[in-house]
Design a protein around this ligand. Structure first.
Ligand SMILES: [Fe+2]
Length: 294
């Protein structure tokens, strides 16, 4: 019996109990999960024990998994999976292990951005490595009417790593090759996104990649994007998820923005310093909602 319960004391998000994703999946279960996701923006499916192919099959129910532009970060044998962590040699560098410790929206720097991201917790550290998630629907709703009118039809320019950072934020995990740079030229997305399933408006991607606004003076645009970012990341809109092993955290990237909390490099002899998440991001709508696709 599937049970979806609000996360205690959290600004948003829900836990999902009673699901074993090793069992065959069906449309009824996936409709329950998709509706839960759109209601709560974050679902944490508890107590999973999946191998990579089974996890990837689950990912395909949500849309088309995206091989990440950072191709050197992809999991060998599974290009649609990223191993996010602090245990591998390549992850010891601070700019890589903390390359998501800034407010961002997955693939907002691509012409077709992610619609959902899932992170499956394999190893969990005692300190750091949480996922903070802000509710961009509530952030939009809380704006005054004059601001809403001002921003409703604006188009924002996005480029990987071009957004303005707070003091405590780390730069995005750097692009490593000319080919990677060429693959993600500047693109545009609405500043206020109407959700393709719920129809709800949300602020969209005012973090990592947003740097200019079509038809607006650059200084004015940077100021506006910064103000909206600071507005959106207020504590009242944010839930910080501390992982337990076996959690699959899945979030709606059209109505949230997220940031990892920074983490130290793992100590190989201390398991509670090690972080490992398997990430899948997808484009498009869940299979159970594809009839709504344009
Ligand atoms: Fe991310």
């Amino acid at each position: 019996m599937v049970e979806i319960t609000l996360i205690d004391g959290a600004a948003h998000g829900a836990n999902v109990w009673g699901v074993d994703l090793n069992q065959p999946l069906n449309a009824e279960l996936m409709k329950t999960l998709a509706d839960g996701l759109y209601e709560h923006r974050l679902l944490v499916i508890k107590n999973q024990t999946l191998d990579q192919p089974t996890y990837l099959d689950f990912g395909y129910w949500w849309g088309k998994p995206i091989p990440h532009v950072l191709d050197h970060m992809r999991m060998p044998g599974y290009p649609e999976l990223l191993a996010v962590g602090n245990t591998e040699e390549k992850d010891k560098k601070v700019e890589i292990r903390n390359g998501a410790a800034l407010w961002h929206t997955d693939q907002s720097y691509e012409a077709v951005p992610a619609s959902a991201t899932m992170l499956y917790s394999i190893l969990t550290p005692k300190r750091g490595g949480q996922t903070r998630l802000t509710n961009m629907v509530a952030a939009y709703d809380a704006l005054d009417e004059t601001t809403k009118e001002r921003i409703d039809d604006l188009q924002v320019a996005h480029l990987y790593g071009a957004g303005k950072l707070l003091d405590g934020e780390f730069a995005a995990n750097p692009l490593a090759t000319d080919n990677q740079i060429e693959r993600v030229p500047t693109c545009y997305h609405p500043l206020v996104l109407r959700h393709p399933v719920t129809g709800r408006k949300a602020l969209y991607a005012t973090g990592q990649s947003s740097f200019a606004i079509k038809g607006m003076d650059d200084a004015e645009a940077v100021k506006l994007l910064w103000e909206l970012k600071m507005h959106a990341i207020q504590d009242r809109f944010v839930y910080a998820h501390t992982y337990e092993i076996g959690d699959i955290a899945i979030f709606d990237t059209f109505s949230t923005m997220h940031a990892a909390t920074p983490i130290e490099a793992a100590n190989p002899s201390a398991e509670d310093t090690q972080r490992l998440l398997w990430r899948i991001s997808v484009r498009g709508l869940p299979r159970v909602y594809q009839h709504l696709a344009a």
